[in-house]
Ligand binder design. Structure first.
Ligand SMILES: Nc1ncnc2c1ncn2[C@@H]1O[C@H](COP(=O)(O)OP(=O)(O)OP(=O)(O)O)[C@@H](O)[C@H]1O
Ligand SMILES: O=C(O)C1=C[C@@H](O)[C@@H](O)[C@H](O)C1
Ligand SMILES: [Mg+2]
Length: 260
């Protein structure tokens, strides 16, 4: 065996060790998830990731390859989140609820913490149609927009593990709800009219609220929609005066409890 071959053999051995240790690490992540579920502990715990990162920084502080190792760990952590998500859910998570309930905000956070792709239905439709939602309503009318939503929903069910932020009106059509349930769990986010008003008052992107930004209008529309929203929901989470982190944790706990 030449010297180069011998060196390469050691490299190969090194890769095998890395694979084996990574496998062990991933199994540990799963074990932690099971333990947390069994003992009713918070599942997401973003602060634990920060502690781990701090610990890692002290481990590599003097290391010649510090930057490279830290770069690799970014991927390791990202993939741990994905394993965590797959341990928790094999389906899609669809967030529904009234305008301003926090569907986009919460799904962005969930997507990050679970390293799962986020789909923003309103944005997808805007991209596909090449115009804003206000413009779609003006040019083609609401029914056209609602058909865009239904078509997109059908397309989305082909993939798993997505965090889907639905437009506020998506759950109002029964055929949409049937589509959601084929491959997903539906989370209804709720909020009081006062909180909704506070959240939407400075934004003009919602055509249905134009000129209607008052609690009376919001409250009436909410009541009209409530039966459809509630019928579609697998779990309900109220968001009033809660942080995004608290809402995300509540969603995960309720969905996993639901799955047991
Ligand atoms: N838990 C929360 N606490 C405080 N502010 C929030 C919370 N959730 C969302 N917000 C704020 O409320 C506003 C509306 O939230 P968001 O856009 O996520 O609602 P949405 O449900 O996606 O609305 P739409 O149906 O119109 O898309 C945003 O400015 C967001 O930052
Ligand atoms: O609640 C609704 O009907 C809507 C909510 C938004 O997400 C957009 O989909 C659109 O403005 C309609
Ligand atoms: Mg939104």
């Amino acid at each position: 065996m030449s010297q180069l071959e011998e060196i390469r053999e050691r490299l190969d051995l090194c890769d095998k060790k890395i694979v084996s240790v990574l496998e062990e690490r991933m199994d540990i992540i799963k074990e932690i998830m099971v333990y947390k579920k069994e003992n009713g502990l918070p599942i997401l715990q973003p602060e634990q990731e920060k502690r781990q990162r701090k610990m890692l920084l002290t481990h590599v502080d003097e290391n010649t390859y510090k930057d490279e190792i830290l770069d690799i760990f970014t991927y390791i952590v990202e993939n741990s989140r994905r394993i965590q998500a797959k341990t928790l859910f094999t389906h899609n998570i669809l967030l529904i609820g009234f305008m301003g309930a926090g569907k986009s905000t919460v799904s962005t956070y969930l997507s990050k913490i679970l390293a799962s792709p986020q789909v923003e239905m309103d944005e997808e439709i805007v991209k596909k149609e090449g115009m804003s939602i206000n413009k779609i309503f003006e040019e083609y009318g609401e029914t056209y927009f609602r058909n865009c939503e239904t078509n997109l929903l059908i397309e989305l069910q082909k993939k798993n593990n997505q965090i889907i932020s639905c437009g506020g009106g998506v759950a109002l059509r029964d055929e949409n709800v049937a589509e959601m349930k084929k491959n997903g769990k539906v989370v209804l986010l709720t909020a009081s009219p006062e909180v909704i008003l506070e959240r939407v008052k400075d934004n003009d992107d919602r055509p249905l609220l134009r000129g209607n930004k008052n609690t009376e209008f919001i409250s009436n529309m909410m009541e009209q929609r409530r039966p459809k929203y509630e019928a579609a929901a697998d779990v309900v989470v109220n968001t009033d005066y809660k942080t995004v982190e608290e809402i995300a944790e509540e969603i995960v706990v309720k969905l996993t409890r639901d799955a047991d």
